[in-house]
Design a protein around this ligand. Structure first.
Ligand code: ADQ
Length: 488
């Protein structure tokens, strides 16, 4: 069986230079985990190449050449700028993303966005049909392509269809705001295997099916739910995504990172470092976090001169107005708090607005005394896991939002907070900072055990097993056993 992996974006960065188009692989946990599997099994990745300028023969040549270089097949879905705009900026980013993160007031329910989502699904289906073999497993990724399975079945495809949702699944009272709620839910139930990040998401999906599709039969197993509707069966299960723990921990222990950490320590001598690392996104709760830090400085003057918040933000979706506003709000808050508390030799917040190189990111993770991970809502949140993996000295404290998917497995060994509760987050900061190394170590050990065992290869293995794929030792070197008990 070959795995054909379908996602909104291909793991390609295409750039036009003086001598034509060049491509290189984009970075990210999923790419790192999937690439060896696709290579070993001769799999394929289908998706959009990230630019509408690259089309026709040029697009085919660039993706073929990229595929030869990385060792697995790649097929690009050609989309016009207009279609991609309506589909990605509109349907995905102005409707599904905010709604599924419980932020319905951010939604813009434009009927044309829904039409464009169908058009894009058909374009994806064209490429899938041309490339898929009869025995291939089709594994479709994330909220952009929830309806693709149904489109493929309508076209007569009989392959096994699996789907994984990286973001949360909302409860019925939120999901039902979606004008196309029935179509989306029914579309989802065309997949034979549906993967979700948490038990909470699985319960929400079950409640939505109960509310909107009462004719569907539901059967609850130990760790999964089975739905039967119109003669089709879907199994939905919980598969919390992980990171490549060994890679993070290994690089964090290299002398290059160590040296960078030593230099950082020198510039922050006598300081405890609190670290936030996020994509620029309103779901990540950055303004609330900054206000909480401001409140902590107001309430606990003993933090002055001894504590610095380093907030690293990666630019993202910058053409969308909400994201531009968010950037402005963050800059205003940083300026206000720094304006109020800065003293000679101490600036309370260091705001870094760029994508930082991997080595530097790992140095920050290793340096930070407190990882402040407070999204308003998050499917999983890999930053929480990366922070723990890089805490090789086991001296850090994870302060974690109860609304991050990561809290389901890490919550009992982290300091759990409600990110909307500014006083609560403000109080957690001195609490984490005064913890002694003896108090920090056992919690960090527990967190690291969960992150190490439930790594990205474990996630892949669990999901593929649920799809009936016999792995036969074909997983990565770090394949782990079954999930451990929750930390704590
Ligand atoms: P994201 O919303 O992108 O992912 P997250 O899981 O936190 O969120 O991953 C962010 C990634 O970006 C991390 O790997 C992090 O290292 C990296 N990153 C963040 N800031 C950076 C910076 N300044 N420089 C360089 N790298 C930076 C979606 C869902 C999540 C889910 C993942 C995986 O929204 O909930 O955990 O998919 O399923």
């Amino acid at each position: 069986m070959r795995i054909v992996f379908v996602s909104n974006r291909l793991p390609i960065v295409a750039e036009r230079g003086d001598e034509g188009w060049t491509t290189h692989a984009s970075a990210g946990g999923l790419v790192t985990a999937l690439a060896p599997l696709l290579k070993r099994w001769g799999g394929m990745w289908i998706g959009w190449a990230g630019t509408a300028e690259l089309q026709g023969a040029e697009l085919a040549a660039a993706t073929r050449e990229f595929g030869e270089r990385v060792g697995y097949d790649v097929a690009a879905v050609p989309l016009s700028t207009e279609d991609y705009g309506f589909f990605y900026q509109g349907f995905c980013n102005e409707i599904i993303w905010p709604l599924f993160h419980d932020l319905q007031s951010f939604c813009n329910f434009v009927p044309e966005y829904w039409t464009s989502a169908h058009k894009v699904e058909e374009a994806f289906a064209d490429v899938v049909e041309r490339n898929v073999g009869p025995d291939d497993l089709l594994w479709i990724q994330d909220y952009h392509l929830m309806g693709l399975g149904q489109t493929l079945i309508r076209r007569g495809l009989r392959n096994k269809l699996a789907f994984f949702l990286h973001i949360p699944f909302p409860p019925p009272d939120i999901f039902c705001k979606l004008p196309w709620r029935l179509d989306v839910l029914k579309g989802l139930l065309h997949y034979q295997v549906i993967g979700l990040q948490t038990r909470h998401d699985l319960n929400n999906l079950s409640d939505c099916v109960h509310a909107l599709l009462p004719a569907a039969e539901r059967q609850e197993g130990a760790s999964e739910l089975r739905f039967e509707i119109e003669g089709r069966e879907s199994i939905a299960g919980v598969f919390p995504i992980g990171i490549d723990f060994d890679e993070f921990a290994g690089v964090a222990a290299t002398s290059a990172v160590e040296q960078q950490v030593a230099e950082m320590r020198q510039s922050y001598a006598g300081q405890q470092i609190i670290l936030g690392v996020d994509r620029l996104d309103y779901t990540k709760g950055i303004p609330y976090r900054l206000r909480s830090f401001g409140r902590a400085l107001e309430r606990y003057p003993e933090l002055h001169r001894k504590t610095t918040l380093v907030q690293i933000v990666v630019p993202s979706r910058e053409t969308v107005p909400e994201y531009q506003n968010l950037k402005g709000e963050i800059e205003r808050l940083v300026a206000q708090i720094n304006g109020k508390y800065t003293q000679p030799g101490w600036v309370p917040i260091h705001h870094v607005f760029r994508s930082v190189e991997r080595q530097e990111l790992l140095a920050w993770y290793r340096l930070a005394d407190v990882g402040l991970v407070t999204p308003l809502k998050d499917g999983m949140n890999l930053v929480a896991k990366e922070y723990c993996a890089c805490q090789i000295d086991m001296n850090g404290v994870l302060v974690l939002s109860e609304f991050a998917g990561a809290s389901e497995r890490l919550g009992s060994a982290a300091v759990l907070v409600n990110p909307y509760d500014i006083d609560c987050v403000a109080a957690a900061i001195p609490l984490a900072i005064i913890m002694t190394p003896e108090e920090r170590r056992p919690s960090m050990e527990k967190l690291r055990t969960v992150v190490r065992v439930e790594n990205v290869y474990w996630w892949l293995g669990q999901f593929l097993q649920a799809c009936g794929v016999a792995l036969n030792g074909k997983m990565s070197p770090t394949t782990a056993g079954p999930a451990g008990e929750p930390a704590g």
